[in-house]
Design a protein around this ligand. Sequence first.
Ligand SMILES: [Zn+2]
Length: 304
Amino acid sequence: MNLLRAFLFILCLCFPLSAFGAEFSVPPRVSQGHAFPVSVQDDKPFSALFYWRGEELKAKAVKHPKKALWKAEILLAVPLDAQKEQVLSITIPREKHEFIITPLAVNWPKSILKVAPRYVAPPAEAMAQIERDRLLSRKALASRTEKRWSLPLKRPVPGGITSVFGGRRVFNGQPRAPHKGTDMRCAEGTAVKAVCTGTVLLAENTYFGGKMVYLDHGQGVISTYAHLSSFDVRPGDSVRKGQVIGRSGATGRVTGPHLHFGFLVQGVAVDAMPLLHSPPVLTGGPSRSIFQEQPKASKPRSAR
Ligand SMILES: [Zn+2]
């Protein structure tokens, strides 16, 4: 492995001298549960193939509006439990380049939450809906369309964070999966905005998420908005960054009204908060601190 690392390191050093002249932007270290943009730039049109965590994604370079420069860009993810370094391979015409990306550990917090018992041990009659929701979500997350995402993301609601991404959670004394989104404070009926331009994949009433919207931003980048009280969009609608897609509420597994905002990159849940910064924050976390407003200790913790 050391030999491979040394070889790849030397390979990385060679990029600016490449005959093709392409410039690569790849971060060497990314924290667990973070998304990271990768780009290749050249002075002529091209397409790039990115191979990351068992999936191949293609991106066509887009011309700079003023300069004779073409840039192929993609958003990738490091899962919140990633331990080992991973190789990212990028193929451009006649050349293949490999980069090592090292995941940095994050000390995820633990949350103890209390919700209605039917959300910890769902009744038998809820199983069909839970299974239907799982299949709908799986199908939505498998979507791979042309890039429409752009950074930074827009805040979906003005409220501060009440529960960070990645927290290990205990519901009514039972350990459950880590928190795969960010809970944001908002009163019932607050306008919820699309964080990025995209297409509505789902606007569905689900068991745990209540009324949920899934937006497809291309290349497997998907944002989700849960516990809404109503929808302002329908599946198939095209939405602009900042467009109102629904109103916040308290539907599904909750302890009170809030927005559960999820962000998935090729099916991997990541902390979206670092993507609200420009440039995005790639290391550290979990990110509560980027919002001025801190949760009040007296408020009940919201959950999903
Ligand atoms: Zn949540």
